[in-house]
Design a protein around this ligand. Sequence first.
Ligand code: SF4
Length: 717
Amino acid sequence: MTAAATATHCPYCALQCAMTLTPAPGADPDLPSAPARPAVAPRAFPTNRGGLCQKGWTSAQLLDSPERLTTPLVRETAGGPLRAAGWDEALDLVARRFAALRERRGADAVAAFGSGGLTNEKAYALGKFARVALGTSQIDYNGRFCMSSAAAAGTRAFGLDRGLPFPVTDLDDSGALVLVGANPAETMPPLMGHLDPARLIVVDPRRTATAQVALEGGGLHLQPAPGTDLALALGLLHVALVEGCLDTPQRTAYREERTVGWEGVRQCAARWWPERTERLTGVAAADLRRAAAALARAPRAHILTGRGAEQHSKGVDTVSAWIDLALALGLPGTPGSGYGCLTGQGNGQGGREHGQKADQLPGYRHIEDPAARAHVAEVWGVPAASLPGAGRSAWELLDALGTPDGPAALLVMGSNPVVSAPRARRVVERLRSLDLLVVADFLRSETAELADVVLPVAMWAEESGTMTNLEGRILRRRAVQCPPPGVRTDLEVLHGLAVRLGRSGHEFPTDPAAVLDELRRASAGGTADYAGAAPELLDAERPVYWPVPAAPPGAGVPEPTGAVGTPRLFLDRFAHPDGRARFLPVEHRDAAELPDAAHPLYATTGRQLQHYQSGAQTRRVPELAAAAPGPYVEVHPDTARRAGLADGDTARVVSRRGAVLARTRCVAGLRPDTVFLPFHFPGDGAANVLTNPALDPVSRMPEFKLSAVRLERADGG
Ligand code: SF4
């Protein structure tokens, strides 16, 4: 008998491409057995349209990897080896040590670190576990390093943050599409099927694969110096202003009726005439005029930001500058046009809505809002006064670990901060200084290698749940097989710990359906309202976009076709109380550090086609590892020559925080003042050894995208 194909979604990025998994011959989906590898096939879906990238095609390979963890591991003495342990022993030990620390030093002595890769149910359960079972305020997650600047800028402009406030398919008809610091040709290739190269305007210091597509298709590539995107946006706005592009009756009416604050932004932009913009950014005034004209003349247009614009100590203001440009052109909330952020992690959207962020409760509610606390406390059955307040942001939390005032124990779920956090060597020092590091993972990641207790958990195809993609569409992820013997789900881990910490088992269900039911109640009435995301709608693959409030009593079953919830936001009004969007005047300011004589180059980091995030998964997939085996540094040939480096040489890249080794890759399309390193690799080639944890004052986003470095030959020659 041929096993049935199960419809699900890729485990990796925020595009959440649709695929089917067909169980391996002989595998019984209801019985724990040796790990098996189901067959992957793409399936039709609006975002990926039957396409998958290399990562998606090979995503099932880890399921039967010999590197899967199948038993808890415990380290008995500092520096000693990890040894196999039983689940009761491991969970008893963790709960006992957490409780003792809490008793001795207060609830904030124990912290949790989550992930934008967790399902909605797991993100919700982890947030509740921290606030209710641990009672700690010290929880944040790796999504802080991903989209927090765009989220903060979107919230202050529109009153609400959703990565794309419209379906991806709206991009098909865009007449001009500006991509700022995003490289979807490598990070989410099927998205490129929605983008017309002739209408692309790519803003990036590198000639990325996406920029190359644009140039070959008749589009534009603007190459600003790292850290100058904000000024570039103001420069484009200046040109649109003085060329009279903003004076059309439609745009004037839009600004007057749907926005506030235009005059302040107009004055800011007035100071960024093309020649001044060119001096700072390096983008030729003629290119600036061409780009502004293409954008302003298009009947429908979009501006999308990615990590290149956002991961800066002025990331929020930078995104605000691009939103200001979009508002001046009347794009947000206009059918067929808009501003959006391309979220990166698989559940980068849902991960920020359910309470694993330091300042949030489920429903995208603020943790200091008394009404939000009262609502969530009632759903959780605890006194509102017992809920802790806001905790430290991700970098501040990592940097406080093991310090006299910081947490002494940490539970990490679904994240690998040793590779993905900035200033990586400091992070390792901090993790080593903890009394207790607990990591729940399915592989021995670099962070798990440092742990005192490692808890082996199920993988994506072994448990069900929901994910929210970059459009705010809630998707059903389905299990096709049981986890291997010895492995538990993250929900079972949280349940086991919560019970040992004195909570009742029913407060922390292990069934994802029960968690979703509670999540829907907890989010009801919030910004990210999932109350109407009924399981039957998700099972039927109906397009369900939040906010999706509960149907009024007696409303019956929704129409059998069409979207449910809110596929397009802001069509009638923005989410501020007066319904208007906010222009925000912002000014260029320098990055936290700039090149100087000792460190004369900009270094920027990013992703490559074959790897996902810290690479802990994709580095273990043979095809991907063969195609992208290790760290490299992209360097302009002239810059390489000046450093005495040739293509293929091992370079030493040195910042004020440390040095890494990487193979030189000479690339003529890169700015001569800039080098690029992928951040997927650990050890001597870990790009995040170099990066600067200087934080944005609003989003607390570190400045991943700009460090000052120098290049040397590794042999010292
Ligand atoms: Fe998976 Fe993203 Fe690749 Fe799609 S683009 S297959 S979601 S990694």
